[in-house]
Design a protein around this ligand. Structure first.
Ligand code: OSB
Ligand code: MG
Length: 398
């Protein structure tokens, strides 16, 4: 593929590294409970240097249909060979550079069009695009923040709090995060774990604390009256109460309650974002690059949000430092007006795969600094990559 783009690096090989990273505490949501994050990391080797991308698919297909084994398989069998030029790629689809931001990333911009022949698998595609983008920007000596059009050096951080075994443990956990400086709390909810814990945390935080909830599709239309009672708790938003495909029920809830409805799972890119906004199914958007097939599509969704005056915030998928670095750069764009699920490394991991992200102090209390080194600006620690790998990496070469 890269043969068709003058002056762009040429992709020589793609490595798939699986790692298992222990979480500091179990993360429980309406769809499952994780104690270890199983991650697929992608390294792209080019003639101008290497780049890393993180695949945000989970071990199991519970948050979405994608999962680690599926992502690895589709990269090995379909996406990798296409990028390495072993499959026919339509040259006309290549070389459109979508970044109106002064950065030229012809190779990264060519990835999505070259992979469009595969249906879906956005997280797998997004990991490849991120790795190519990292390699290309490193070769140019430019940071992701610069390339994306970041307007802030520091971003406001929130934290996503899992379902706890008891109310007391939930309140302890939230208290700890507030002491650390997090500027917004997001509580995972599900039927049976909603009004009571959310009410208790509202009481703990006081009326001014920024608080929101995320149901990860656990409710149905029958629950609209119950969800409308959350209005009393003065939340920033309710995230994805209903099924991914079910924009209609989200629009009904939005019409029947005052709390803004925010979609996560349903937003797969620009067209679903516009559709959901126009149908009144969402008035705030959680932007997760992996779910949308990569950072370039996430930038387009950001631009749509700005144009339509829809607040956006940067979601997270328990990323290691590699994905976190790119998310923090993205969250520095002007349309990200609410704190993101961009927490410090220590919220997830005792040791991060890269240098750790640490919350700032003083005026930067509750913020993370946007990396300014080339590419993601972070370095993968080889010894941890090896120590956490359950198996040898797979290399796809030309
Ligand atoms: O729905 O936002 C979600 C983690 C894994 C899968 C889905 C979600 C989440 C989170 C954690 O809420 C966000 C983070 O801190 O990375
Ligand atoms: Mg969510």
């Amino acid at each position: 593929m890269s043969d068709t783009i003058p002056d762009a690096p040429r992709i020589e090989a793609i490595e798939l590294h699986r790692i298992e990273v222990p979480l500091v505490r179990p993360f429980e949501t309406s769809f499952g409970r994780e104690t270890v994050r199983e991650v697929l990391m992608v390294r792209v080797r080019t003639d101008a240097g290497d780049g890393w991308g993180e695949c945000v698919a989970g071990r199991d297909p519970f948050y979405s249909s994608e999962y680690v084994d599926g992502a690895a398989s589709v990269i090995e069998r379909h996406l990798g060979p296409a990028l390495l030029g072993r499959l026919r790629v339509d040259g006309r689809a290549v070389s459109r550079d979508p970044m109106p931001r002064g950065a030229s990333v012809p190779l990264a911009a060519a990835v999505a069009p070259a992979l469009a022949f595969v249906a879906g698998h956005r997280m797998a595609k997004g990991a490849l695009e991120a790795a190519v983008l990292d390699a290309e920007l490193r070769a140019q000596g430019r940071s992701m923040g610069e390339a994306f059009g970041a307007e802030r050096d520091w971003v406001d951080c929130g934290v996503s709090v899992g379902i706890a075994p008891t109310l007391e443990e939930l309140l302890d956990e939230v208290t700890g995060y507030l002491e650390e400086g997090y500027r917004r709390i997001k509580l995972k909810i599900r039927p049976g774990w909603d009004l009571v814990p959310v009410g208790a945390v509202r009481e703990l935080m006081g009326p001014a604390g920024m608080l929101q909830v995320d149901a990860n599709t656990a409710y149905t239309a029958d629950d609209i009256p119950l969800l409308a009672r959350l209005d009393d708790l003065d939340l920033l938003l309710i995230e994805q109460p209903f099924a991914e495909e079910d924009l209609a029920t989200h629009a009904r809830l939005a019409a029947e309650c005052d709390t803004p409805v925010c979609l996560d799972e349903s937003i797969l890119g620009v067209s679903t974002a516009i559709d959901a906004i126009e149908r009144g199914a969402t008035s705030i958007i959680n932007i997760k690059p992996g779910r949308m097939g990569g950072y370039l599509e996430a930038l387009r969704v950001h631009d749509v949000c700005c144009e339509l005056d829809v607040p956006a915030w940067c979601g997270g998928m328990l990323e290691t430092g590699v994905g976190r670095a790119a998310n923090v750069a993205l969250a520095a764009l002007p349309g990200f007006v609410l704190p993101g699920d961009t927490s410090a490394s220590s919220r997830y991991y005792a040791e991060d795969l890269t240098e750790p992200f640490v919350l700032g102090t003083g005026e930067h209390h509750g913020q993370l600094r946007v990396p300014d080194g080339p590419g993601t600006g972070v370095t993968v620690r080889d010894e941890l990559l090896r120590a956490w790998a359950p198996a040898q990496p797979v290399t796809l070469a030309r």
